[in-house]
Design a binder for this molecule. Structure first.
Ligand code: ARG
Length: 459
């Protein structure tokens, strides 16, 4: 088949080479962005009197026809035309005749593909930001219902100090808030327009880069044409932010797997979010959080993959850069799918307040509070720590918890103990006492929720 670039060739392309170098199988995803970029380019060519106005109109009309056909699923792309850019140009020429060949004036596929990627990531980034907001809102709703639900807080996965369940969940709210900030910040750079950089050095035509940038909604122009066509930093940034979002999703998923286990029973995932076993009739498996945890791996892989492609590439465009796409598409798909599941999974889970409370009642997570008690009676914290350590050891040997010891037993360890110690030891008191800013006391959690509310709904 004749190639659009076939002029200097005397032989047909080897079929295996054609298949190996083609990207149409995956970059067809950029079809609409490609047309959007071409529409702006041709408008500019016309306004700058680089091509006749009538030709521009014909081209724009042809592009519109192709867009409609693509939307209707009426277009067959071909590997012989390598990628989405050449495929669309070929379709255009078939549609409107040789005048379609004027579209590529003053442009190269190198600035064209970069433009498409910027347009694509801009749209996806904005969508992902709004999906993150949905997850945050789901967390916020669950948290509001669980301010007074108490569960053990862990360090080293050993019970440490009791916390409000809302406080625990809200930790994820703030992770996703930072994720949104990062994505928002990356939009500044996604909003640079590479269009008009040509193959690498600019063009001999009197183009207006500011016009195409503004038609496409970009607010800045790459000041260096070589940078414009070789920059894939904005994709690396996206993959890196996506990796961090997946880290957060994965940590939360891991907690959901643990919490829903028979050993914990802190939550129950909704039946509609679980699957069964083909052999063990009693099983209800948390497949969704497990897969969310696992899918993190492919997103990290995509990040490292692209970094590795870019490392050591000389300026300017190299075909290597075609490898930037599949990992990016896969990341968008994985991330969007994960976020869409996460919000309703949180929303529909049942919180088992009783089990959580049982756990904090049968542990030593109030030990710090007795140490703090002795400190308020004047003992240096280090000495108090030592004494309480001994009390904990004594209680373990007696098969008791701290609330089960008598005042006499306490007095054996220090004369500073008095009856008021017991009211301090109840989990609710332990949680309520942590009133320092950002702590788990109920008032602090309430003000955290109010802050989050404001962020989500008052913007
Ligand atoms: N399919 C190519 C890519 O994704 C488009 C740019 C091709 N440019 C070139 N000079 N071969 O990178």
């Amino acid at each position: 088949m004749t190639k659009l670039w076939g002029g200097r060739f005397t032989k047909e392309t080897n079929k295996l080479v054609e298949e190996f170098t083609a990207s149409i199988e995956f970059d067809k995803e950029l079809a609409l962005e490609d047309i959007q970029g071409s529409m702006a380019h041709v408008q500019m060519l016309s306004d700058c009197n680089i091509i006749p106005k009538d030709d521009a109109k014909t081209i724009q009309h042809g592009l519109q026809v192709i867009q409609n056909k693509i939307n209707a699923g009426d277009v067959e792309f071909s590997v012989a035309h390598e990628d989405i850019h050449m495929n669309i140009e070929k379709l255009l020429i078939d549609e409107i005749g040789p005048v379609g060949g004027k579209l590529h004036t003053g442009r190269s596929r190198n600035d064209q593909v970069a433009t498409d990627m910027h347009l694509y990531l801009k749209k996806q980034t904005e969508m992902i930001i709004s999906l993150l907001t949905e997850v945050q809102s789901s967390i916020l709703i669950k948290s509001k219902e669980n301010v007074e639900t108490i569960l053990p807080g862990y360090t080293h996965l050993q019970r440490a100090q009791p916390v409000s369940f809302a406080h625990h969940l809200m930790a994820y709210f703030w992770m996703f808030e930072r994720d949104k900030e990062r994505l928002q910040d990356s939009l500044k750079r996604i909003n640079w327009s590479p269009l008009g950089a040509g193959a690498l050095a600019g063009t001999t035509f009197p183009i207006d880069r500011a016009q195409t940038a503004s038609l496409l909604g970009f607010d800045k122009i790459y000041p260096n044409s070589m940078d414009a066509v070789s920059d894939r930093d904005f994709i690396v940034e996206f993959l890196s932010h996506a990796s961090l979002i997946m880290t957060h999703i994965s940590r939360l998923s891991e907690e959901m797997v643990i919490w829903s286990s028979q050993e914990f029973q802190f939550i129950e995932l909704d039946d509609s979010f679980c699957t069964g076993s083909s052999i063990m009739p009693q099983k209800k498996n948390p497949d969704v959080p497990e897969l969310l945890r696992a899918k993190t791996g492919r997103v990290y892989g995509n990040l490292v993959g692209l970094l590795t492609v870019l490392k050591g590439l000389p300026l300017a465009y190299n075909k290597d850069m075609q490898e930037d796409k599949e990992g990016m598409f896969d990341t968008v798909k994985t991330l969007v799918g994960s976020l869409k599941l996460l919000a309703p999974m949180i929303h529909t889970m049942t919180v088992n307040e009783t089990k959580m409370y049982e756990a904090v009642s049968k542990d030593f997570s109030n030990a710090t509070d007795i140490a703090d008690y002795l400190v308020t009676k004047g003992l240096p914290f280090r000495q108090a720590h030592e004494i309480i350590g001994k009390i904990v050891l004594y209680a373990i040997n007696q098969d008791k918890y701290l609330l089960g010891l008598t005042l006499d037993e306490y007095k054996e360890f220090s004369p500073l103990f008095a009856e008021d110690i017991f009211k301090l030891l109840h989990p609710k008191h332990v949680v309520g006492a942590r009133k320092s800013e950002g702590g788990t006391s109920f008032e602090q959690v309430e003000s955290q929720l109010a802050l989050a509310d404001k962020l989500l709904y008052d913007a």
